[in-house]
Design a protein around this ligand. Structure first.
Ligand SMILES: [Zn+2]
Length: 575
């Protein structure tokens, strides 16, 4: 008996070490193509998938093992290659990339080792349920209601909304474990996944069963093309294609929506939310001209869909926005619509362009409504987050974390906030017309090199922008920190003053920064380029004795804004 148990344990240890001994490289393969047949059964809360995926070995060594991960609430049924069943071990794998906080991981032994750069096709089948589950948040102490307002994904008879990687692994992925309790860890893992999938298309044939033919629900998918779902034998069928998974999280929604159709936007709302839906549609219609002027005509219709929980966290992916439609505030609606409509008009595989411009558009919208100050205040709300990134005192864990250039970052904070500022600074430097022309000449398919955008902008201006792109886009040089080092006033004839100002930039990123001189009865604003770790000097003519200098009006993000005001004492003026 004793021997038996000993032997049993020995086998256990052997199995465990066998899996470990392979030292699984979970991120060796890029999923270069998905062709999936998806069946959704809202009444049973079930999802069933069959299909084909293509994996390319992007590691430096041959791979005999492939790892496929799906949500822990789904189960692997079959994995084949060339019609032959493959051996695989299915094991739970703790990772916060899925709302359940775990994945069903299949460790698949391939028929033969796949050399670097070679691909393998796999036929797969899996199924299970997708129910409301926020385990990844509740297990780190998030109260249940708050957690469910963030992780609202589920399939259910009343309401179905399921988002992809980062929320629900409803299609196979493969990443190292993500840990939501470690500050940027989940975003780093997701960022690596999105970067790997940047060029990968997905084709979905989706069937949603519906018992109630008289009261058929609406069906929304955020794909590049998705010919209108048609109904056949108590089910909807849709044939959807995503051109690339880099900037889109495949998501689907099934709900009893009513629709408000306007030019450029459709608002899908739940019963009783008529007023908020109309508010949103009205706001969107007002924003359309501003967006059109900057980003061109919409290439697809923007779709806004309601979430039942009024506290649900909004989610956007491409021109689809899921948000609780409860607010009657036209300003909030206008802000959201400006962002969404920008995505419908302009898209880029690079987050700093795609998301950066959509946030820049929100600032443009506010400026249009309420002036430059309102726009700068809005951008200022983003700056606190940015300064936090810059001030991270914890030593970086990896090279990636040490330096995160905008050009290829998938970091949300950087691609949204820092990029928004970069676009605003470019616009201040070059003027509206030059930047609009550059954006009009942008083609996502032509964006194959980091310097593509710079070349388009450079074609519209005589100015050398290499230093700017170097400091803000190609490299992560942090933020500038401006300070007036000295100001010297000289009385000029007949009536006036010449002020010589030296501005020091203590940071390592340069910028063209506005400088405002205040005097009795007025202000004069000039712009000055101050490169990183250097000084800039400017002379300003003022009609009355200058009283105060303010460097930076908030249009350039800075690590320290406490040192931006310089008082000029009355006796300072040299006679
Ligand atoms: Zn966006």
């Amino acid at each position: 008996m004793k021997l038996h148990s000993l032997r049993f344990c020995f086998l256990c240890a052997l199995c465990a070490s066998a899996v470990n001994a392979f030292s699984l490289d979970r991120e060796a393969f890029t999923f270069t193509n998905y062709d999936l047949n998806v069946r959704v059964e809202p009444e049973q809360q079930r999802l069933g998938v069959r299909g084909k995926i293509t994996l390319r070995n992007d590691s430096a060594t041959s791979q005999k093992i492939a790892v496929l991960q799906i949500s822990s609430s789904l189960d692997w049924r079959s994995i084949k290659a060339g019609g032959k069943q493959l051996q695989f071990v299915s094991q739970p794998y703790t990772s916060d990339i899925d709302h359940t906080g775990a994945l069903s991981e299949a460790v698949v032994t391939l028929l033969e080792a796949v050399p670097p750069k070679a691909s393998v096709d796999l036929e797969i089948a899996y199924e299970g349920v997708i129910v409301l589950d926020a385990t990844r948040l509740t297990r780190v102490g998030t109260p249940e209601t708050t957690a469910h307002s963030a992780d609202w994904d589920q399939i259910s008879a009343k309401f179905t909304a399921v988002r992809g990687a980062g929320y629900v692994a409803w299609y196979p992925i493969a990443t190292e474990a993500a840990d939501i309790s470690e500050s940027t860890n989940l975003f780093d893992v997701l960022g690596r996944w999105k970067a790997r999938e940047a060029g990968s298309p997905m084709h979905l044939q989706i069937a949603v069963s519906s018992d109630d033919e008289a009261n058929a629900p609406e069906f929304l998918v955020n794909a590049t093309t998705c010919p209108t779902a048609h109904e056949a034998q108590q089910q909807f069928v849709a044939d959807c294609t995503y051109r690339s998974l880099g900037s889109v999280v495949p998501s689907l929604v099934v709900a009893n929506y009513e629709v408000l159709e306007r030019s450029g936007i459709a608002v899908h709302f739940l019963r009783g939310h008529d007023a908020a839906a109309a508010n949103y549609a009205d706001a969107a219609e007002k924003v359309i001209p501003v967006i059109g002027e900057w980003f061109g005509a919409p290439r697809s219709k923007a779709e806004t869909a309601d979430l039942a929980d009024p506290n649900a966290a909004p989610f956007e992916s491409g021109p689809l926005l899921l948000t609780p439609l409860t607010s009657a505030d036209p300003k909030l609606a206008g802000l959201a619509a400006a962002h969404q409509l920008t995505h419908a008009a302009f898209s880029s595989p690079r987050p700093w362009i795609n998301e950066g411009l959509a946030h820049f558009a929100q600032a443009l919208y506010l400026e249009h409504q309420a002036g430059r100050r309102a726009a700068l205040d809005y951008m200022g709300l983003h700056r606190s987050g940015l300064s936090l990134i810059e001030k991270q005192t914890r030593p970086p864990r990896s090279e990636d974390e040490l330096s995160r250039p905008l050009v290829n970052t998938y970091d949300e904070e950087l691609s949204r906030s820092k990029a928004m500022y970069a676009w605003w600074m470019l616009r201040d430097m070059l003027g509206d017309q030059a930047l609009k022309k550059a954006l009009a000449s942008y083609h996502p398919n032509g964006d194959n090199e980091p310097s593509y955008m710079q070349r388009l902008i450079q074609a519209q201006t005589q100015r050398d922008l290499e230093w700017f792109f170097d400091d803000w886009v190609y490299r992560d040089r942090g933020l500038p920190d401006f300070k007036v080092a000295s100001a010297f006033t000289r009385k000029t004839l007949p009536e006036g003053y010449m002020l010589t100002i030296t501005v020091t930039n203590l940071g390592t990123a340069g910028a063209e920064v506005p400088l405002t001189v205040k005097f009795a009865g007025g202000v004069i604003t000039k712009r000055l380029v101050v490169r990183g770790k250097s000084n800039g000097v400017i002379r300003v003519e003022v009609p009355k004795p200058p009283e105060e200098i303010v460097v930076n009006d908030g249009s350039v993000p800075e690590s320290d804004t406490a040192n931006n005001v310089f008082k000029i004492e009355a006796g300072d003026a040299a006679k």
